[in-house]
Design a binder for this molecule. Structure first.
Ligand code: IVH
Length: 696
């Protein structure tokens, strides 16, 4: 058969089976046969690239690599939604709608609020031409190659009568719980950092440079809005039905209702039911159905007046506190962690326990932060406690069910006197809540933790190493400090193996250093030699020297030699460096072990100095004034504005607080920030007003 025909036929078949599977839930062909067909098509396209179809199904398996994502200005801004947390606020929203519509009748569409990232897709003449992230609402990143790997997203829609030549659909890109679990298991096996939640995993995966990796992570998307220059529909309902008919994966579960009471019923209906969904949801979105009425109601600066979201409160359930274990971190801080089980599992051996089912996952552990928290909660072993998952992710214990005391045996919790890892006597600094292990030169989790910190993305960014691999290197006595990493060689690494116990599942996972792994590790280490000085400084893990402080110290002192010689007075003279940081830097360099390690890193060829321009002072008109920058600006980007503020003696703050003097507000800034600033009486200034201030 001629290749052109063959390519067309294979493409059509693959798209047909894909549609059957993802839209109709029908599997007409085995996975194996599907993969074989896809391979055949890939081979043919490789041989005859000119015959490749614009909507070829091979794009679904990825392969295209994007070095830098283009920034795209959204044709229609991507707004966010106003949030409500209770029925009363919802009724106020309904009042506003009623008033805004001058007594006209209206209906609402209720939808689930999916917890992922919002995406926009543009179709031209029926073909998907662009996929863009929300970005700051005005501009986003073009991630077309990656969105094409979403199996349920049509690469082409067959031209029906009402389909305009150019239109946009929007929806929530997400990672289903099953993909999330698989990805994190894989990361664990590889000894790499796991994602904290499906939303972060989705966001990271949609922004990968290698679309083949995005494809492997099996992302999905629910569509919930349609936009076009033409008027195509009269209601949101019509648009959802049409999108569905055109083959889009429309967000399921939506419902048309006639009143705010019915909205509230819908909210109650999904409160429990949403836990059965295969993906994370964090609330409900309520939209006025008629598009004409949506136009009448219009928008505020940030969000439509015709829609609102209702956020569910974190789920809260009882659990039994079975035991407490103590984790020692990189800084030696000892953190108590609660081991929990469901009330029905009280008598099970702990390795058989599944945990409490909260918002789609089983919770067996929760951090208790420190000894004070144990006291504050008044916890005893055997207690029935309340566990809550805030942001659907990190479980926390919110209190004790004292009514259950006396029904079951409980006993006091004794915070250990000695380090559970190395036996050293624990200490507590005055004014600090955490007990810590002072044995920083020997205590294994401290040593391993420092290496993990060193390879962190914001430090040396060696992502070919991770917790598991470091553990293996540490066990083999190949590394004790970050500097030892640079002694590693191909021969020493190849063939190393270790089984690591996953405490949650009780299963062992094997880590083995094969050729490719070793190559990647050595490549990562090599690359890290050119990481900037500020990253190296952050990577040292000096207490209280986070990434921002490291930036400031590096910019000010310019080299490790200047920094290690600096006196306390010289350190506190640096803007924003206080006594606590200064003392910590002095203490760090006072230890011979640290001095040796830094020397060794220098010998390994790491960047120990910077040639970045120092801040050139222009004036001191902003002295004593604090600033936060938010939004998008016309003449400067945010870094330039920050430089201007500092060059004129002003100081940046990390967030809006009572200490803030000025909020420098650009276009599209978050309404919550604006509102908070207004409440706190912070002066809100525009770019022009700021420029006038410094011209003065
Ligand atoms: S409508 C004008 N519908 O929630 C606002 N958004 O806070 C258009 N989201 O950025 C958004 N599920 O990422 C809409 N069914 C749904 C949604 C939804 C999740 C996200 C979306 C948006 C954010 C708004």
């Amino acid at each position: 058969m001629n290749p052109e025909l063959q390519i067309r036929e294979l493409s059509e078949k693959l798209e047909y089976y894909n549609k059957r599977y993802y839209q109709d839930n029908v599997s007409e062909i085995s996975d194996f046969d599907f993969d074989q067909m896809m391979k055949k098509l890939q081979e043919l396209e490789k041989l005859h690239p000119e015959l490749r179809q614009i909507d070829s199904p091979t794009q679904r398996v990825g392969g295209a690599v994007t070095k830098n994502f283009n920034t795209i200005t959204h044709r229609y801004p991507m707004l966010s939604l106003d949030n409500t947390y209770n029925e009363q606020e919802l009724r106020l929203f309904d009042e506003r709608v009623r008033k805004g519509l001058d007594g006209e009748e209206y209906e609402y569409i209720c939808e689930l609020k999916f917890d992922g990232i919002s995406l926009s897709f543009t179709y031209e003449n029926g073909v998907l031409v662009r996929g863009v992230t929300r970005g700051d609402g005005t501009r986003g990143d073009e991630i077309t190659n990656n969105v094409k790997t979403i199996r349920s997203l049509p690469l082409r829609v067959s031209s029906g009568e009402s389909i305009p030549p150019v239109f946009e659909v929007r929806g929530e890109g997400f990672m289903p719980f099953s993909s999330f679990q698989r990805l994190n298991d894989e990361m664990e096996t590889l000894g790499e950092n796991q994602y904290a939640n499906p939303r972060n995993a989705a966001s990271g995966s949609f922004k990968l440079q290698d679309s083949a990796e995005t494809a492997r992570r099996t992302l999905d998307c629910y569509l919930y809005s349609f936009l076009s220059d033409q008027t195509v529909f009269e209601s949101h309902e019509e648009s959802l039905l049409a999108l569905k008919a055109w083959g889009f994966n429309v967000s399921p579960g939506w419902k048309k209702v006639q009143s705010i009471d019915q909205v509230i019923e819908y909210i109650h209906e999904w409160e429990e039911k949403r836990a059965t969904l295969p993906l994370a949801t964090d609330g409900i979105v309520i939209k006025v159905n008629s598009l004409e009425q949506q136009r009448e109601l219009g928008f505020t600066a940030k969000s439509p007046r015709w829609a609102i979201s209702f956020k569910y409160k974190a789920e809260n359930k009882p659990a039994i506190l079975r035991s407490v274990h103590y984790q020692v971190g990189r800084t030696g801080a000892v953190t108590p962690v609660a081991n929990l089980c469901a009330e029905s599992e009280r008598t099970l051996p702990y390795n058989k326990v599944k945990g409490v089912h909260l918002s789609g996952t089983n919770v067996k552990r929760a951090t208790l932060h420190n000894a004070n928290e144990l006291e504050r909660l008044g916890l005893q072993l055997g207690d029935t406690v309340f566990v809550e998952k805030s942001g659907e992710i990190i479980p926390k214990i919110t209190g004790v069910d004292v009514s259950k005391r006396g029904l079951f045996q409980t006993e006091p919790i004794e915070f250990p006197k000695n380090c559970p890892e190395c036996g050293s006597e624990l200490m507590r600094n005055e004014g600090e809540v955490a007990f810590f292990c002072p044995n920083d030169s020997e205590c294994p989790p401290q040593l391993k933790g420092r290496i993990e910190h060193f390879i962190h993305r914001k430090a040396m960014n060696i992502d070919s190493l991770g917790e598991g691999k470091i553990e293996l290197l540490f066990d083999q006595k190949l590394v004790r400090t970050p500097a030892d990493l640079y002694d590693l060689s191909h021969d020493r690494l190849l063939g190393l193996e270790k089984s690591i116990l996953n405490e949650e599942t009780g299963k062992f996972k094997k880590i083995s250093f094969r050729e490719k792994t070793v190559d990647n590790i050595l490549k990562g280490l090599e690359l890290s030699r050119s990481a900037p000085f500020k990253n190296v400084l952050f990577g040292l893990g000096i207490r209280f020297v986070g990434a921002t402080v490291a930036d400031k110290l590096a910019a000010y002192f310019k080299s490790i030699d200047n920094l290690r010689k600096a006196t306390y007075e010289e350190l506190v003279a640096v803007p924003e460096i206080g006594g606590r940081i200064a003392q910590s830097v002095i203490d760090y360099f006072a230890q011979p072990g640290n001095q040796h390690m830094v020397d060794k890193l220098e010998r390994a060829g790491l960047q120990m100095a910077t040639d970045e321009k120092p801040v050139v002072m222009e004036s001191n008109v902003l002295e004593g004034k604090t600033f936060v920058i938010s939004g998008v600006f016309e003449n400067f980007d945010r870094d330039e504005l920050k430089e201007k503020i500092e060059a004129n003696g002003g100081r940046m703050l990390s967030g809006v607080s009572g200490k803030l003097n000025y909020l420098l507000a650009g276009a599209n800034m978050g309404p919550s920030k604006l509102e908070k600033a207004r409440k706190l009486g912070v002066t809100i200034i525009s770019e022009e007003e700021f420029l006038l201030m410094i011209e003065e």
